[in-house]
Design a protein around this ligand. Structure first.
Ligand SMILES: Cc1cc2nc3c(=O)[nH]c(=O)nc-3n(C[C@H](O)[C@H](O)[C@H](O)COP(=O)(O)OP(=O)(O)OC[C@H]3O[C@@H](n4cnc5c(N)ncnc54)[C@H](O)[C@@H]3O)c2cc1C
Length: 478
């Protein structure tokens, strides 16, 4: 019996890792199917290194499973590298504290899994390159993100590293490049493609087992290269806590279970009411990769809850979320006016010179100093609680279009405020959400009106038809 057989077998929905008679491990197609090689190179004699970036968890992580599978086949140690931008540590924002608090939970896990976890402060690409060269990595694996920052880091990394580099999409249930080969027009075009592939991809996930090969002793390398490893001083960044949020994979799992127990059943009826706790509240955990979207989707799809509620939630979690990644992956200009469809650019251009009855500066908007109580309450909610209800996010962004000098300024302002204050900001969902609200992305043309042109309009009266606006204003009056 192969000594690793117990380490790598799992009861996956589709396939298992098979152990052949001569002890070789065959690759699991469920793991391989989520990866793509983005750089050829010579395998080094060091460990398999997983640069963990978007998906900060050890459990239910296809990129880590991929790295372990390779390390098992080649009988190599397994290292995980997390890089925190040094700038972020000087004056850590709530988002940085949330991120670091979650990472702190991974350290004891890494020890029990016999995986070396290096947490290093530095510049993303420079640190990954230096680490990979220093340990002579056998293979470099990373998780997928469609955002500029990751794409730029990867293009720098492939210029310098020696070993192959593999990207694994463990944030989408169906890897973006498999779900669709192009930028999708809307939810209605990507939905059938996703639904067709889901039976193959929405599986249970294998359990990561302790790694059988001892990690490299990196102490000398860390010193020689002056890597700013701060694993032991993580606590100093988490002392201030994360406001109303509890961070980390354990908190994520608790929130998931609590949502499924108490609120999933009413999701389809309550989710659009900002006065109710109708949404899951899981976006911070999904954004920082502390919770696997596939684990969440798999658990919800097999839960004994009302079918309509489950379908409504899975539509948001799978179709809408994966559509946002599709938009950012295929649209280079996902955060600028140029990323809007031609019809939307044309209609906004035609209304560029329309007189704005109200026109606010960024400071006025940031300080919630507009003439409208509902919008000011949304802005205060965002600043004070670092989260805004999904329905109100649309309203909030659309008013920024109405009350700033141009669609470019509106989009920039909305992204700036959302990324600065929202705990789940700097996410494809956010860039997609502002582009949807301000530039009609994934939407259709509506009746033409001032400033908006054919972009869908929203006003306070419409909100009053949906929920008790005064109750919301009263709750966020200061
Ligand atoms: C202007 C604007 C800005 C937004 N900014 C962000 C952001 O910065 N980060 C972020 O994660 N989401 C953003 N969204 C999308 C959505 O509003 C949030 O994902 C949702 O409100 C998060 O709360 P929840 O986890 O309780 O959502 P739930 O309703 O419980 O949904 C569960 C999950 O499904 C996904 N989801 C839900 N609605 C959407 C949607 N419209 N588009 C894509 N995915 C969705 C999210 O991953 C969410 O966590 C934005 C939307 C708009 C209109």
């Amino acid at each position: 019996m192969n000594p690793f057989s117990k380490l790598v077998e799992y009861s996956g929905f589709k396939s298992k890792i098979h152990i052949t008679y001569n002890g070789l491990i065959q690759k699991d197609k469920n793991i391989i199917g989520r990866s793509r090689r983005i750089h050829e190179g010579q395998r080094g004699c060091g460990p398999v290194v997983y640069w963990m970036d978007r998906d900060l968890r050890f459990t239910d992580n296809w990129a880590l499973l991929y790295a372990q599978q390779e390390a098992l086949i080649r009988q190599k140690p397994l290292h995980v590298l997390i890089v925190i931008e040094a700038d972020q540590l000087k004056n850590p924002t709530l988002q940085t504290r949330f991120k670091i608090q979650g990472i702190a939970e991974l350290l004891p896990q890494s020890r029990s899994l016999n995986i070396r976890l290096s947490i290093i402060a530095g510049t993303l690409s420079k640190t990954v390159i230096a680490y990979s060269l220093a340990v002579e990595s056998h293979l470099l694996v990373t998780d997928f993100s469609p955002l500029h920052i990751k794409k730029k880091a990867l293009s720098d990394i492939v210029q310098e590293i020696k070993c192959p580099l593999v990207e694994v999409d463990t944030h989408n249930i169906i890897p973006v490049w498999i779900a669709s080969p192009k930028k999708e027009y809307g939810a209605y075009t990507i939905r059938p493609k996703i639904h067709r592939l889901l039976p193959d991809y929405l599986t249970d996930l294998p359990v990561l087992k302790p790694h059988p090969h001892e990690p490299f002793n990196c102490d000398e390398i860390i010193q020689r290269h002056a890597f700013d490893e701060f694993s032991e001083s993580l606590q100093q960044y988490t002392r201030d806590g994360c406001g109303i949020f509890l961070s980390g994979p354990t908190a994520a799992e608790q929130q998931m279970k609590s949502f499924m127990r108490k609120r999933l059943a009413g999701y389809d009826t309550l989710r659009n009411n900002p006065n109710e706790e109708g949404q899951s509240g899981l976006s911070p955990y999904l954004h920082f990769g502390q919770l696997s979207p596939q684990r969440l989707a798999f658990s919800v799809s097999s839960a004994a809850a009302d079918k309509a509620a489950k379908e409504s939630f899975l539509e948001e979690l799978i179709v809408r979320r994966e559509l946002a990644d599709n938009f950012c992956f295929y649209e280079e200009n996902y955060d600028t006016f140029a990323g809007f469809h031609p019809w939307a650019q044309q209609t906004l251009n035609e209304h560029r010179d329309d007189i704005r009855e109200y026109c606010y500066t960024l400071k006025q908007l940031e300080n919630a100093e507009t003439h409208e109580d509902l919008w000011n309450s949304c802005q205060r909610d965002l600043v004070n609680n670092n989260k805004l209800h999904g329905f109100l996010r649309m309203y909030w962004a659309k008013k920024i279009l109405e009350w700033t000098g141009s669609p470019e300024e509106a989009l920039h302002t909305a992204n700036y405020l959302n990324d600065k204050y929202s705990i789940d900001g700097c996410d494809p969902n956010g860039y997609n959400g502002t582009a949807w609200s301000i530039g009609g992305v994934h939407d259709r043309a509506w009746a033409e009106r001032k400033i908006f042109g054919k972009i869908r309009y929203m006003n306070e009266r419409g909100c009053r038809r949906k929920f008790n606006v005064d109750q919301y204003i009263a709750a966020h009056s200061t």
